[in-house]
Design a binder for this molecule. Structure first.
Ligand SMILES: [Zn+2]
Length: 498
């Protein structure tokens, strides 16, 4: 667990660095692309989404904080550092949130104030390590064009109009008043309140000018994400990759697949799954903004060529998250020892997502799942298969990945999360059978007929696949009986043959 905390913090730090350096202002049109977005709300209504250009600096070995602050709380250190760096009064900086991880690294988040009212999109973040500032990002703005800080219209007078525009209902969360910096330098004062429509799946924070009553902008709380992947009900890539939009299930992953402990990620790293190659920092970035992971797979070249490794990590990330969310519906939840970094206070031990190594260099022609007890990450190791030219990537064969994940399921569900139950030959053989059965169940979940199931036909480039017989209701196709295991001495052949 100690190891994993260290690992997670370094990965999160890398992600924070990456995302902030991407947001850094640039003289090209990219700056506009990263700061402005016109959102179409339907019904002809459009609003401007704006984030002021940000600056981000790192300080190598670290930037000393004043010794007088060395023992101060993170709140004071953050406010003091932001004010001194930007040469502004500390009364214009409001501490928003922060945390310290197990390695003593601290992260503070602050907002700019004008007339004691926060400016929603003028923010700062400071990273401390060993009492030194190692990174600083900020998007503070010139406030000379800020509107009067006292609303001239009451929020109650604008709610019904905004509900009509956003096609939802205001919820019970208390409205607030804040500023919102705009691209032209103006800073309107806004009433902020939440509008939801559970049937349509929409959930906004409306930002309405507190002087004119116009809808200025919205915050869209629904994170969209799309992945080009083999849908979980298909067996392997021969059945086609599809661009799958918003596959996460809110009941299983309430903050989506790209949010870990206060940090939104834009890579194949999330609360349930880290999909990487080589090292856990070797994740795949979104192919375009808005959590789009759209990498095409070129079957005419090897798994490691071109964007194929990105397609592979994307499929692994999608598939294992989809497996998490599906099994969650059937009871494999936090208190039943599932795999999640943050258990969101719902029981069980956290710090244990599934780490999936794609194209792992330690072997070929197989895949493994190591299941330590609840509270330690599950390690899924997947190899390239060399039976064909070009080679084939096992992570694009959903059947083998689901088989491996089901070792995690069965080893956690037997013995109450100890992962110590399935150790003898017969119980290991049962584990192999359950893993094949769950792969079969996913692959055939979309078909009304019960048909024979062959495991890994694509990876073995053989219509008989990896086992000695297909799974079948026909005793001609598969005549094995329980008595036959007396003649078998290998866990895979014991119940059909990774
Ligand atoms: Zn297995």
């Amino acid at each position: 667990m100690v190891f994993f905390n260290r690992l997670l913090s370094s990965v999160l730090l890398a992600i924070l660095y990456a995302s902030y350096s991407n947001a850094a202002p640039s003289p090209s049109s990219d700056a506009t692309y990263s700061t402005q977005y016109v959102k179409d709300l339907g019904n002809g209504a459009k609003v401007q989404i704006f984030h002021p250009p940000s600056n981000y600096s790192t300080f190598g070995e670290g930037f000393d904080t004043p010794s007088s602050l060395s023992d101060a709380p993170i709140e004071d250190k953050t406010v003091s550092f932001v004010a001194s760096q930007l040469n502004i009064d500390s009364g214009k900086v409001s501490f928003k949130s922060g945390y310290t991880n197990d390695n003593g690294e601290s992260f503070g988040y602050a907002q700019q104030l004008h007339d004691s009212v926060p400016i929603a999109n003028a923010v700062a973040n400071v990273a401390f390590k060993n009492n030194k500032v190692v990174a600083f990002g900020q998007s503070f703005v010139d406030t000379s064009k800020a509107a009067d800080s006292k609303p001239s219209i009451d929020v109650s007078t604008v709610v019904s109009k905004v509900e009509g525009i956003l096609q939802g209902k205001k919820n019970d969360i208390e409205p607030t008043v804040k500023y919102l910096a705009q691209p032209d330098g103006s800073i309107p004062l806004v009433h902020a309140f939440q509008v939801q429509n559970d049937n349509a799946g929409t959930f906004y924070e409306a930002l309405v000018d507190a002087h004119s009553g116009e809808l200025v902008s919205v915050t869209d709380f629904v994170a969209e994400a799309s992945y080009r992947a083999v849908p979980i009900y298909k067996q392997d890539i021969t059945q086609g990759l599809e661009l799958i939009t918003n596959p996460s299930l809110p009941s299983a992953s309430p903050s989506g697949w790209h949010y870990v402990r206060g940090v939104n990620t834009t890579v194949t790293f999330g609360n349930n799954v880290v999909a990487y190659k080589g090292a856990t920092t070797g994740t795949t970035k979104q192919s375009s903004s808005g959590l789009v992971f759209d990498y095409t797979y070129n079957p005419n070249v090897g798994p490691t060529a071109g964007s194929n490794v990105d397609a592979a990590r994307t499929n692994a990330f999608y598939l294992i998250n989809a497996y998490h969310d599906t099994l969650y519906q059937y009871g494999f939840t936090e208190s039943k020892f599932n795999f999640q970094y943050d258990n969101l206070g719902k029981g069980g031990a956290g710090n244990d997502p599934v780490l999936v190594s794609v194209q792992d260099a330690s072997g070929v022609n197989n895949a493994f799942f190591a299941t330590p007890p609840d509270g330690q990450p599950g390690q899924c190791t997947t190899y390239i298969f060399t039976y064909t030219n070009p080679n084939r990537d096992s992570v694009l064969s959903n059947d083998i990945v689901i088989h491996e994940l089901t070792h995690g399921l069965s080893n956690r569900l037997t013995g109450g999360g100890t992962a110590a139950c399935l150790q003898t030959l017969e119980s290991r053989g049962l584990g192999e059978g359950w893993s094949d059965a769950v792969a079969d169940w996913f692959v055939h979940s979309a078909s009304p007929q019960i048909t024979d199931f062959v495991f890994l036909p694509w990876l073995y480039n053989n219509p008989r696949g990896a086992r000695t017989r297909p799974y079948s209701t026909s005793t001609t196709t598969n005549g094995y009986r329980y008595a036959d295991i007396g003649q078998m001495n290998q866990q895979h052949s014991a119940f059909g043959p990774s």
